[in-house]
Design a protein around this ligand. Structure first.
Ligand SMILES: [Zn+2]
Length: 224
C-alpha cells in the first residue's frame, strides 16, 4: 500500500506539474492572441500633462519661426528600459542643462509614445544638427539589448503619422550624423534603420540635412 500510495502521489505530482506548465503558457497564448486581434491597438501620443512633465525653461520659446523638419533621427535613451520620459527629462534638464527634454518623442518598451519637446522648437538631440531634425528616442539601451518589436512597430506608426504633418524625406540614426562620437542608437538598433526608412518611403542617411543650424539667439543654449 505505501508503494501504491507513493506511485499515486507521484502521478498526481506529474499531473500537477503538467497542469502548472499549461497554465504557465496561458500568458504567452494570451499575448499572441491579443497581438493577432489587436495588432497595435489605437496608438496615441501621451501628452506631457499626463506623464507629469516639468515645464521647460522659460528661455525655450518659439521665436515665431516655423520649424521645418525633413529628417527623423532615431535614438536610444541609453538608460534603463524602465526609465521613462520623466527620468530622461530630469537628466537632460538638471544634469546636462538642456532647457527641456531633448527629444520630441519617447517610446517605451510596450510601445507607448510620450510627447517630448514642443515641435515648435529645435530639439536638443544631435549636436550641431538640430535644425530640421525631429528626434525620437526608444527607451532602453540597444548597444546592450535587442530592440523590442512593439517599440519598433510604434516607431513606424509614429513616423508615418508625422509624415502626414511634416515634409519628412530622410531617416537616420544619431551616429550617422556624428560617426565615432556616439554609439546611439546602439549596435542592435542602427542596422535596422535602412530597412525601416525604405518601408516608410524615406531615404536613409543624413543627405537631407539642411543646416548649418540657424539657431535663434535664445535657443543657442538649447542646442546640444
Ligand atoms: Zn542619440
Amino acid at each position: 500500500m505505501p508503494t501504491r500510495h507513493h506511485r499515486f502521489s507521484r502521478r498526481g505530482l506529474l499531473k500537477w506539474i503538467a497542469g502548472a506548465a499549461a497554465i504557465g503558457t496561458l500568458p504567452f497564448l494570451y499575448y499572441r492572441y491579443r497581438l493577432q486581434v489587436f495588432p497595435l491597438g489605437p496608438p496615441a501620443v501621451i501628452p506631457r500633462s499626463e506623464w507629469g512633465a516639468e515645464e521647460p525653461d522659460p528661455a525655450l520659446q518659439n521665436e515665431g519661426g516655423h520649424e521645418v523638419f525633413n529628417t527623423v533621427v532615431v535614438h536610444h535613451s541609453a538608460m534603463l528600459l524602465s526609465e521613462g520620459p520623466r527620468a530622461i527629462q530630469y537628466v537632460h534638464m538638471h544634469r546636462r542643462d538642456f532647457l527641456d527634454i531633448g527629444y520630441h518623442f519617447v517610446i517605451d518598451g510596450q510601445g507607448r509614445i510620450y510627447e517630448g519637446r514642443s515641435l515648435a522648437v529645435h530639439g536638443a538631440h544631435v549636436k550641431g544638427h538640430n535644425a530640421g531634425t525631429l528626434g525620437i528616442a526608444l527607451m532602453g539601451n540597444y548597444e546592450e539589448s535587442e530592440p523590442i518589436p512593439e517599440q519598433l512597430a510604434r516607431l513606424k506608426w509614429l513616423i508615418r503619422d508625422l509624415m502626414t504633418k511634416h515634409p519628412l524625406t530622410h531617416l537616420a540614426g544619431h551616429s550617422d550624423f556624428l560617426p565615432g562620437k556616439t554609439l546611439c542608437p546602439g549596435k542592435n538598433l542602427e542596422p535596422l534603420l535602412p530597412a525601416l526608412a525604405s518601408e516608410l518611403g524615406l531615404k536613409f542617411g543624413t543627405d537631407g540635412y539642411i543646416g548649418p543650424e540657424p539657431a535663434p539667439a535664445a535657443l543657442v543654449t538649447a542646442v546640444r
